[in-house]
Design a protein around this ligand. Structure first.
Ligand code: URA
Length: 188
């Protein structure tokens, strides 16, 4: 396992897949490095690629706003990153080979943060973190305990723009995450 600096440098100079050629910026992740909650998305979009920060575009702003309403803040309560650290062109879903070559970096981030709660945002994060056999429509909102982590998936915030009817379940899931967080912190 690498420390933060080494891991960042590895990602910064990574050339393992084709996404590296097209990136403006590698998007490593940000937030509290010792957070109890870790959010995992799919891959950077155009705004993230531009700024080198995760979830700063339209979908990210929606997520940040919803979490703020629950009194959860990026610099204090959670760490947020993606399966892939580089943007796929036109925001396509990362190819399996791209996701798999990036996953060791994510595993290292998880090992360094050591969150209690891991939240998968959308189908890509669900597939690579929680398992191929799970489906976002069927399995979102359900807690799983594995290797000392509480895992849960919810819709990717970008999906809410395409289908407004997902908003209610998304909100329900975020409230469940906040409840688990409060429960865990009460136990400390
Ligand atoms: N979508 C993601 O999955 N991640 C980001 O950082 C931005 C949009």
């Amino acid at each position: 396992m690498e420390g933060w600096k080494e891991l960042y440098n590895q990602c910064y100079s990574c050339n393992k897949c084709g996404l590296a050629q097209m990136r403006k910026n590698m998007v490593f992740g940000e937030g509290n490095l010792k957070a109890d909650i870790m959010f995992i998305g799919e891959a950077p979009g155009a705004d993230e690629d531009e700024q080198g920060k995760p979830f700063v575009g339209k979908a990210g702003q929606l997520l940040t706003k919803a979490l703020t309403a629950l009194d959860l803040y990026r610099d204090k309560d959670y760490y947020i990153c993606n399966i892939c650290k580089c943007r796929p062109e036109n925001n396509r879903t990362p190819l399996e080979e791209e996701a798999l070559s990036c996953l060791p970096y994510l595993r290292n981030q998880v090992a360094l943060v050591r969150p209690k709660i891991i939240v998968c945002l959308g189908a890509t994060a669900l597939k690579y973190v929680m398992g191929e056999n799970l489906k976002i429509t069927k399995d979102r909102g359900r807690w799983i305990e594995r290797k000392g982590y509480y895992l849960i998936a919810t819709f990717h915030p970008a999906a809410l723009f395409r289908d407004e009817s997902k908003k209610q379940l998304f909100w329900q899931d975020l409230k469940s995450i906040k409840e688990k967080y409060d429960e865990i912190r009460g136990e400390k």
